[in-house]
Design a protein around this ligand. Sequence first.
Ligand code: ASP
Length: 440
Amino acid sequence: MKIHMQVMIAVGLGLKRNWHIFFGIIAGIFAGILLQGHQDSMIYKALIFVGQAFIRLIQMVVIPLVVSAVIIGIASIGDNKQLGKFGVKMVVYYGIITVTAVTIGLSLALAIQPGQGAEQYIDAQVAGEIQQQVSATIENQRENLLNIILEFLPKNPFSSLAMGDMVPILVFTLLFAIALSKIGEISRPVISFFESIFAATMKVTDWIMFLAAPGVFALTATSIASFGLDIFSSISKYLLVVALGLGIQFFVVYPLFLRIFSKVPVFMLYAAMTEAMMVAFGTASSSATLPLTIACCEKRGISHKIASFILPLGATLNMDGTAMVQIIAVLFLAQAYGVDLSFFMLLQIFILTIVASSTCAGIPGTGLITIVLVLNGMGLTPEQLISGFALLYTMDRITDMLRTMVNVTSDAVVAAAIADNENEINYDLLNNPENYNDVI
Ligand code: ASP
């Protein structure tokens, strides 16, 4: 073998796997640009296969992982008072982060007006009808909200498990886990059973992660290849607002949040979370990234108690990046269709966005689907806004990759802050990356 090949292989094997993922993303971007317009090629199809195989494999472990993690997390907290304290803190922290995200998204979208300029793609007559409809009644919206809440309550937990409906699964698991913590010794065999499930699922995740670099390469390449670059200019302002908003959340809000509510050093936390962030970016799925989010947190100093309780709930319910993109997208549509929004309507959009983002499954693309909820609240359906939606869809994957990375980071930020407040963090480990265990 030629010497330079040997050197390259040695370097490749010697690098930590998070670098492999990083190179996978960069190489994927270049490969995606080269593949533009070649969606019929064998290479593109092979890459789709590799990417999908990787996503399916990691999704495979999500349900057993979430259920077992929440059960043992709550069981290990044990004491009901402490559980209540963690729970309240979690809701307050996730709430603060999401409300901040939506406020930033709303302010940027009002200030920069991303939808201006996109009107040329919209039929003027359709725009007129939309305006009338929005100004008309919004009476079914309360019913709408109640129905959403009903859907959260599982009629049959096994059918929710089979369908992968995360919110009902969580509702049942939480109640079940709290019940286990109340029945004393008799709960021990069940908890041990779930401890074994958790450990075995994490082992399977370790194996799947061997595919992380090729998987992320394939996913990045195929999504870049499918971007409609021709309409890029009509939507570039929207992308700019999204990138700016998510950037503020990532670089300003989280560091400030950690500063105010804890003494966790943000750089160390971000260093600890690198692999999870990259996999979130590559897969655009916070559920699929969850095993890695848990592993990064636990192997780098956050206690199992906190990580296994806070992170699965966060990966399902806390979607601040998604909420921000949703409100920007709704305002983009309103501006593109020339709809005037009253203060009351903005307030309603604000609240519905938070609800819509929490109902969003942590898989690619759902953010743009649950936006329907917000539009319904305005008396609209996506079909009416189809040309505007088409613009958003063509670029959705890129905003999805970014918002998912933000969603996953905020779960870790909240987990770290709670761990700090409750003395459940090992700073000797977190602050010394040379002692980090490889998570993949
Ligand atoms: N892909 C996002 C996530 O998994 C959800 C979305 O915004 O579509 O967190």
